[in-house]
Design a binder for this molecule. Structure first.
Ligand SMILES: C[S@@+](CC[C@H](N)C(=O)[O-])C[C@H]1O[C@@H](n2cnc3c(N)ncnc32)[C@H](O)[C@@H]1O
Length: 260
């Protein structure tokens, strides 16, 4: 008998942010094929009997990406054909910059029964943790997800992104930390105001999560003084002041003795 294969979004890292469905299928899994950014704590809670197979890639590792995808596909197929309960475990949400759709295509071609289980994507988790108003009535009416890294290194998407930022759209940039200097230059060249806010949140939902806030003109020097670890998500926009930061600033400005 063959079991349904699940492509599961694990959320940003904290096991408490797994969905109940993700938790249920993980607890029943015979094989879990997992990615690089996957939280250690999530892997530790898998049943001992479950075979855990690393199939991830790290920033700029030398793996051939076509071979890597072929290996993942072959492992999914083999597991299902052997009658195992297979989970393909991905960080965040499988369809947000997670190549989940390529795996779906393979499974469809192979006529393998599968289901996608959504997860909390890093950007949304970051916005909640830092209380960033990514949408707000009459202020932030659209929201954009964007990648800061492309296969051929071009940054064409930032032409459209620049316009969206100028009309007041917050943009969440995944995989953008290493290219941030070029991204900022491109936005400013395209007319985005240098005082537009930027917030970087590293290791969202991990105990050592960190946030850095600034604007396009001062952010790179702030980052030099306060380096952030990967993975990091970036949020850029005119109206994205994190409520936490706002609270800190208000406290700093306050002259009352209670706040001193
Ligand atoms: C290959 S993409 C995967 C995105 C994932 N599917 C999601 O929905 O969050 C990897 C990028 O996601 C972001 N990311 C993933 N997990 C993160 C975390 N815990 N904290 C901050 N950024 C994270 C970073 O920008 C990282 O470079």
């Amino acid at each position: 008998m063959q079991h349904r294969l699940y492509i599961v979004g694990a959320g940003p890292g904290d096991p408490d942010l797994l969905t109940i469905k993700a938790h249920r299928v993980l607890m029943q899994a015979d094989v879990v094929l997992y990615d690089a950014l996957l939280g250690k704590q999530i892997l530790e809670m898998l049943p001992e009997s479950c075979e855990k197979v690393y199939v991830g890639k790290t920033y700029k590792d030398q793996q051939d990406q076509i071979k890597r995808m072929c290996r993942i596909n072959a492992l999914m197929k083999k597991g299902v054909e052997e009658g195992k309960r297979v989970v393909r475990l991905k960080t965040g949400d499988p369809l947000i910059f997670g190549r989940g759709i390529e795996e779906v295509r393979f499974l469809r071609n192979e006529k393998i029964d599968y289901e996608l289980v959504p997860g909390i994507t890093a950007g949304i988790a970051a916005a909640n943790h830092c209380q960033i108003p990514i949408t707000e009535r009459s202020i932030n009416r659209t929201l954009l997800f964007c990648t800061g890294t492309t296969l051929n290194g071009d940054m064409k998407q930032f032409d459209a992104v620049s316009t969206m930022i100028q009309i007041g759209t917050p943009v969440m940039i995944y995989m953008g930390l290493n290219n941030l200097g070029s991204i900022i230059d491109k936005l400013i060249d395209n007319g985005v105001k240098a005082d537009t806010s930027i917030c970087a949140i590293s290791k969202v939902s991990y105990p050592d999560e960190k946030m850095l806030f600034g604007n396009l003109s001062n952010f790179m020097s702030k980052l030099e003084q306060n380096p952030l670890e990967m993975p990091t998500i970036l949020v850029i926009g005119e109206n994205i002041m994190p409520m936490l930061e706002e609270a800190d600033e208000l406290l700093n400005q306050c002259k009352c003795t209670d706040c001193k």
